[in-house]
Design a protein around this ligand. Sequence first.
Ligand code: COA
Length: 172
Amino acid sequence: MRKAKAEFPDSRVFVYPGTFDPVTLGHLNIIARGAALCDRLVVGIAKGGGAGKSPIFVAEERADMLRAEIADMGISGQVEVVVFETLLIDFLKSCGSRTVLRGLRGAADFEYEMSMAAANAVLYENCETVFLRAHPGATFVSSTMVREIARHKGDLSKLVPPLVARKLHALF
Ligand code: COA
């Protein structure tokens, strides 16, 4: 018998992958807008983080923060958070998806994102990458910047949700 899901992935399932160390308001904006474009959105948390990264929060903590925010946004019925530690394309296939969702903050993201999208398309020919422009208020935000501000006990209220700010302040 043919495995329909694996051979004919549902293009209406999008996967939004990242390190999310921690999730920011910029990521949540992409999740809300991305969820409106598909039937199901899987937020994939890379367990060890992207190349060269050493996350400060373990994957399940990052996932729990995301799940709490997604529940708060009232979209848990449509958005799922899953930790993965495989190649992204294999994670995509396991979700029955062929579509990666990524946010673009500006020109600095463009080259990296294009090469990642191209590599994924070479490894998995059905793979598409959909880009959403970052919210104008989040074009400068990164998880590294958020961690740095937290380390110096700065105000995080415009960058991350209150739960994430509390976790960061408790850590530093
Ligand atoms: N708002 C706020 N921040 C944003 C953002 C937005 N809209 N969009 C991107 N960012 C930031 C993130 O906070 C992150 O900041 P940081 O570098 O300071 O941590 C940065 O932009 C990009 O990180 P992220 O989106 O988490 O991607 P990544 O580069 O850490 O991870 C993976 C990329 C996990 C998708 C990639 O490494 C992967 O697919 N890994 C699996 C293994 C694999 O298949 N590798 C081959 C890929 S070709």
